[in-house]
Design a protein around this ligand. Structure first.
Ligand SMILES: CC(C)(COP(=O)(O)OP(=O)(O)OC[C@H]1O[C@@H](n2cnc3c(N)ncnc32)[C@H](O)[C@@H]1OP(=O)(O)O)[C@@H](O)C(=O)NCCC(=O)NCCS
Length: 168
């Protein structure tokens, strides 16, 4: 089987201990689930459960830094469409380019049949919205009161982008 993992040792910023670390993005393994769920609980207001991740392993990717899972992305594909169902970076490792790399890697792994990638995001989640905009996603629609919050409901943005142009 072909090795689709991305492995990088980035020594371009010797002052930063994370960027000098070895990291790899590879398919999520069942053994990753404890670390994945710990991150999920720390970043999500409505965390996925271990069984939810376990059912999604076919198109799920782990970002591993120095042997520890520090991020993940989950994608689902149907016919010529795909959805980014979940993505997170451990809070200690956010803001260092890993989220962008995970999305880019997830896009690279999509079948050549996929024409569009969609996602839903809370309107208040500015870091995620900026990340998606940076990667070419555009707002397509809004879903009123889509998410539960501690204080009521919150709207969702539906975002999407074409894939074929980028994979050429
Ligand atoms: C959203 C998330 C995955 C981004 O990952 P990240 O590794 O922190 O993001 P990156 O460092 O790759 O940043 C890429 C771009 O995202 C945007 N971004 C990231 N953090 C941001 C912040 N705090 N404020 C504004 N924009 C931000 C910027 O455009 C950034 O590009 P730049 O560095 O050139 O300005 C991460 O914040 C996270 O795990 N959040 C909690 C879970 C979550 O909200 N998931 C998304 C659900 S839809």
């Amino acid at each position: 089987m072909a090795d689709h993992s991305l492995s990088v040792t980035d020594a371009s910023c010797s002052q930063n201990p994370v960027l000098t670390s070895h990291y790899v993005i590879r398919p999520m393994q069942p053994e990753d689930l404890d670390e994945v769920c710990a991150i999920e609980s720390s970043v999500s207001p409505s965390p996925w459960t271990a069984p939810q991740f376990a059912q999604s392993l076919q198109q799920a990717y782990s970002l591993v830094i120095d042997t520890q899972v520090r991020g993940y992305a989950v994608v689902a594909s149907m016919a010529d469409q795909a959805e980014l169902h979940n993505i997170a970076i451990h809070p200690d490792f956010q803001g260092q380019g890993f989220g962008r790399r995970l999305v880019e890697y997830s896009i690279e792994q999509l079948s050549g049949m996929i024409k569009n990638l969609y996602l839903e995001v809370r309107v208040s989640n500015i870091p995620a919205i900026r990340l998606y905009q940076q990667l070419g996603f555009e707002q397509l629609a809004e879903r009123r009161d889509y998410y539960q919050t501690l204080h009521g409901r919150e709207d969702a943005l539906i975002m999407g982008r074409q894939i074929d142009a980028v994979k050429d």
